[in-house]
Design a protein around this ligand. Structure first.
Ligand code: ZN
Length: 229
């Protein structure tokens, strides 16, 4: 298969950032999953304490299968924590649990970017499913109509990645504030949690940068191709 060198050159910085972020996430997780919380509080307990402190009583906490599969499901108001995050009394577990609680708080408070992100889920999935076939057909047959349609659908997926950024940063911000406020972590321990959450945030930045650069590439190539109709 032929791969455009321009594509590789444009995507490379985002690809490098994504690899770097993944290494950072793994390293900080393995470091801070070995450091116990001085309060002896587990991820699940921390999540419940923060929810209570925020006056949120209608969110369930469950164990989910798999490694780092932690997420908040707004449709059923359930926080699903992976087994280790749920059980472990480590800085990593408590930090990840608190981040997911951050999403539950966003939901309870009607945080606008989270609502926009939820609304964008089906649209962006449709967009990314349709974009690639349209773009491939468009570039093979040099059809401006197909390319334009592909770029428009691809933009929806890019928009989703960008809206994800404030949602993720804000959830971590809420977690870092709530953990010491609820008496779960000391100021020094919060620094460890900040390392994990900021490296996780970097993976979202890398994903958004990749999507944006891909869009830029398509726009550039579409411009180079010019009209054919
Ligand atoms: Zn998150």
């Amino acid at each position: 298969m032929f791969i455009d060198p321009l594509y590789i050159i444009m995507i490379l910085p985002a690809f490098a950032l994504s690899i770097y972020a993944q290494i950072k996430v793994k390293a900080s997780y393995s470091k801070y999953s070995k450091i116990p919380t001085s309060s002896g509080i587990s991820g699940a307990k921390a999540a419940r304490m923060i929810l209570n402190a925020e006056g949120i009583t209608d969110v369930g906490i469950e164990i989910s299968r798999g490694f780092l599969t932690d997420h908040y499901d707004p449709r059923v108001k359930v926080l699903r924590l992976s087994e280790r995050v749920y059980m472990d009394k480590s800085l990593a577990s408590v930090g990840i649990a608190a981040h997911e609680v951050g999403h539950a708080i966003q939901h309870a408070r009607g945080y606008l970017p989270l609502m926009a992100r939820s609304a964008l889920v089906p649209i962006s999935m449709l967009g990314s499913n349709l974009a690639w076939p349209l773009l491939i057909i468009g570039f093979i047959f040099m059809s401006k109509t197909f390319i334009t349609a592909g770029i428009l659908f691809f933009s929806l997926a890019v928009l989703f990645q960008i809206v994800t950024l404030p949602v993720e940063f804000n959830a971590s911000f809420r977690a870092l504030k709530a953990l010491p406020a609820a008496g779960i972590l000391s100021g020094e321990e919060v620094t460890g949690v900040r390392h994990i959450l900021s490296s996780a945030a970097m993976t979202y930045v890398a994903a958004a940068a990749t999507a944006l650069l891909q869009l830029l590439y398509f726009l550039l190539r579409a411009g180079i191709l010019g009209g054919d109709e």
